[in-house]
Design a protein around this ligand. Sequence first.
Ligand code: ZN
Length: 445
Amino acid sequence: MSLLEPIDLLVENGLLLSMDHSMRPLEGGAVGVRGGAILEVGPTRELRERYLPSQVLDATGCAVLPGLINAHTHAPMTIFRGLADDLPLMEWLEHYIFPAEAHLRAEWVHWGALLACAEMLLSGTTTFCDMYLFEDEVARAAKQAGMRALLGEVLYDFPSPNYGPIEQGFRYTEELIQSWEGDPLVQVAVEPHAPFTCSPELLRRARELADSHGVPLIIHLAETTHEVSRVQEMYGLSPVNHLRELSILDGPTIADHVVWVDQEEIRVLSEHGVGIVHNPESNMKLASGVAPVRAMLEMGLAVGLGTDGAASNNDLDLFREMDSAAKLHKVFSKDPTVMDAPTVLAMATRMGARALGLESLVGSLEPGKRADLILVDLGSPHLCPVHEVVSHLVYTARGSDVRSVVIDGRVVVQDRRLLTLDLPIIMEAVREISSEIKELVQRKR
Ligand SMILES: [Zn+2]
């Protein structure tokens, strides 16, 4: 008679980085998984003595760490990837993105979101936080991909190609919340676009809707100097103070970008426990500015990392984003000690989870949390030798080094093979959409 306890999955023999508060890598480490949750983390030998796994992932030669969290995306915008680069923001929006988005259909969002999920999974992202149109399609794509997502329909003052007038936007959001309630992977938020595209009335209603369903409110905030002067002109206040005055920050809130804020506004955000999402590559590409992340961290804010949409990045690879985040702040502050590798890796995992309010579920490999983890192959020349694995993960590894991915205890990528989605079909559909988009943009110009 076997005394071994049956479990669903054992990830064994890895260089384990649990991203709990110790940050100490464990060689020959293992993670035992049952019912989609982490049961135990420890030396492989000890877990082998206790458990009888029905599935085993051998992590020899790999780092094992929590799945990465892409805390700000517009997933379906993969269909606009590389459509137009190197342009001033308004020209980019008015000549390319808006003309194409005016024709946006659910079908485009469907394929664009599936492509984004495929790209994210294959580069080690297990959770993403999304804002776009036809968001039910994004939710369904996440579900099909087996990814974890926090997402919502973008709300603003002008008519939407999805729901039309704002009244129906609120209805759409409420239906989205109700239809995904209790889902193990997909959670819905209320997502007004930004302080300069949403009236005070819209913002107040958004807060009320979020509160009545106990879901967070997610908003772009202080992304550009253009936004700051618009809000100042319209309301006589900075974007942060405008939201504070309207009591929009009085409840779980996630703010994206947060580039143009002073020390006093950072204090306001900190007092309200706002989760911040930093998007260094998008901010660099659109020349938005450099967010004062160092000051935010010193003030105790939870700062996650996001890629933003693929049209302004142009990829969804969080390994590249980590590298950029670490280096951007060093050159900007002329101080090589800021944003060290452990801090940046925490932003992409544990702190990102905290920024999104998901820290009880994901972000570290600890018993009781959901089993979202990735295996990063350390066997390539650019990762040799391994003096310090955290340094490699931030400065050297790429998304393509991810070998296997587990989400909610389910293996979704194995040996670089995507098990949940049919990639050639998705890519062909997106190629077809891209020729339609090209035509629309050319007609407009
Ligand atoms: Zn954005």
